[in-house]
Design a protein around this ligand. Structure first.
Ligand code: 5RP
Length: 290
């Protein structure tokens, strides 16, 4: 353990300065292998550098909650408008048609449901991820959880070792526990720890001071949407995150629990890739809404 005496807050984030010594279009990916770069490019559009990931992995801890009861009915119509699909292998194999031809971010850890405490998550077999031709593997990190921090860091490290061996990027997902702060200091620390342990992408939450979280994370950050908000608020959340440097969203409930999920994902897509303002994207949502 490092000496924590006189631990100083960082304050030189170089906001507004682009990352130096970089030629590839994705942050922190310059030195990755060709296969990794190819998969990262499937995730982050080479023109905008951004991604709209549709997360519908909620059932693996929560069961059939609102919006993911029927993947074939509720989620399949959204797939054409997403850049990436994020789900568990059970849903991928049963409910995502193989000719959908979208990059997959596979939920690669398992072991906990909302009925128990966070427990010893295990990582799925890399050979299964390869067989499913996934473009990334997502693993949760419980930073700040006294029992689970070391175990989840070890899970991410092991997944990053395997990802590096086979050219599959890893996304570190920062967990939010009931006792954990939801501020830039916490998300900045958790995101940086994910990247330092080998994550090629970090998924975290938007917060005040988010620009510092992004600046101090050497790989792209995508934000989760969190609980369902009114559509305009959700679009404003996306806009603020992108403005602060996020490389996209990995959003679930604010899309599939929307009054009109198909309209909402198109509005989010336009905001992320075409720099549309929240007000304009909301107009688009209303126009598309059935
Ligand atoms: C949980 C996840 C979920 O996919 C994530 O929470 C995204 O969904 P939402 O936008 O509904 O928050 O990674 O670990």
């Amino acid at each position: 353990m490092a000496d924590l005496d006189d631990l100083r807050e960082g304050n030189k984030f170089g906001l507004g300065q682009t990352v130096k010594n970089q030629t590839f279009h994705i942050k922190g990916a310059d030195n990755l292998s060709w296969g990794m770069k190819d998969r990262m490019t499937r995730i982050f559009n080479p023109k905008s550098g951004k991604s709209v990931m549709l997360a519908f992995d909620h059932g693996f801890i929560m069961g059939p909650t609102s919006g993911v009861e029927r993947i074939d009915i509720n989620i399949a119509p959204l797939m054409p408008y997403a850049d990436v699909l994020m789900c568990s292998r059970g849903i991928l194999q049963t409910s995502v048609p193989a000719n959908t031809n979208k990059p997959i971010c596979l939920r690669a850890d398992a072991g906990t449901t909302i009925l128990t405490e966070l427990n010893n998550n295990v990582v799925i077999d890399i050979e299964d991820a390869i067989r499913m031709n996934v473009s990334a593997m997502a693993v949760m990190m419980a930073i700040g959880d006294p029992k689970m921090e070391a175990i989840t860091v070890a899970n991410l490290d092991r997944t990053a070792d395997l990802g590096s061996k086979y050219g599959i990027p890893v996304m570190g997902v920062t967990a939010v526990g009931t006792d954990m702060a939801r501020d830039a200091r916490y998300f900045g620390l958790a995101s940086r720890v994910c990247a330092e342990n080998g994550a090629n992408i970090v998924k975290t939450y938007y917060c005040e001071g988010f620009a510092n979280v992004v600046a101090a994370c050497p790989v792209p950050i995508v934000i989760a949407g969190g609980k369902k908000l009114p559509e305009l608020d959700a679009l404003e959340l996306c806009y603020k995150a992108i403005n602060d440097g996020a490389a996209g969203v990995d959003m679930g409930r604010n899309v599939f629990q929307s009054e009109d999920p198909v309209a909402m994902i198109q509005a989010v897509h336009a905001l992320i890739h075409d720099n549309m303002s929240p007000a304009h994207a909301f107009e688009m949502f209303k126009d598309l809404k059935k």
